[in-house]
Design a binder for this molecule. Structure first.
Ligand SMILES: Nc1ncnc2c1ncn2[C@@H]1O[C@H](COP(=O)(O)OP(=O)(O)O)[C@@H](O)[C@H]1O
Ligand SMILES: [Mg+2]
Length: 225
């Protein structure tokens, strides 16, 4: 479980500071698909970035599997991130000049996994997503839908327990958007914790839990069964 307790995030100092998260507490269940909705600027990405340990809380604690990540050292946090978290972004964030397989295997390269082993695993994940035939294509030659599948493969390659997807369908047409939703749903059904931000009400319906945010606070948490 991911437990946020009294989490506040303030950007900047004093007079000009922005209160992005205002004393937020929530338990996010393991193996569930949690969807976060809310107007632009309400703090959705901030929450994702804190859970993903790419930013620090101003106040409060984030406990993941009994470990308080707000107390970890920088090195320990980087290790935690590389091991336990997979990120998926709206703009894909692929290396355009790299092949698909090299993009997918990047997290394993960072962890110093040997080339044969990482490429075997990379192909396995590409196969799961039905794009193994694209392994040696440069990623800038792919369509948007294909790029997001590659980004999903990259997020899964090191077998993290937590997948964070910040508006993953924001740059996709409705057909590809729906495909990505089905993939994320399956990932959650396989036992991973998936947290996704979306503006699309049709996509929000895929969530097991729908969290609605407003002005840095959680407005409601709805179980969607
Ligand atoms: N790095 C930053 N520096 C200053 N303000 C920021 C930063 N990131 C986000 N903010 C502000 O924090 C608030 C929440 O932003 P964000 O979490 O990105 O919202 P959302 O993802 O819901 O659109 C906004 O007012 C935004 O302008
Ligand atoms: Mg955002």
């Amino acid at each position: 479980m991911i437990r946020l307790k009294d989490v506040t995030k303030e950007y900047g100092k004093s007079a000009s500071s922005v209160l992005a998260l205002d004393d937020v507490s929530i338990d996010i269940m393991q193996g569930k698909f949690t969807v976060i909705i809310g107007q632009s600027g309400c703090g959705k990405s901030t929450l994702m970035n804190l859970v993903g340990a790419i930013d620090n809380v101003t106040k409060g604690t984030i406990i993941i599997d009994d470990k308080d990540i707000t107390k970890m050292s920088r090195d320990h946090l980087a290790e935690y991130r590389n091991k336990h978290i997979g990120f998926i972004f709206q703009a894909f964030h692929l290396e355009p000049a790299y092949t698909v397989i090299d993009n997918v295997c990047l997290p394993l390269m960072i962890s110093n996994v040997r080339k044969v082993i990482r490429e075997k695993r990379g192909l396995e994940v590409l196969e799961m997503l039905g794009i193994e035939d694209k392994a040696s294509v440069k990623s800038n030659n792919l369509s948007g839908g294909q790029k997001q599948r590659v980004a999903i493969a990259r997020a899964l390659v090191h077998n993290p327990e937590i997948i964070l997807a910040d508006e993953p369908t924001g740059n996709l047409d409705s057909k590809n958007g729906l495909e990505v939703m089905k993939i994320l749903k399956e990932i959650a059904e396989s036992g991973k914790t998936v947290i996704m931000v979306t503006h699309n009400p049709d996509h929000a319906k895929f969530g097991d839990v729908i969290v609605s945010m407003k002005d840095g606070k959680i407005e409601s948490i709805v179980n969607n069964n």
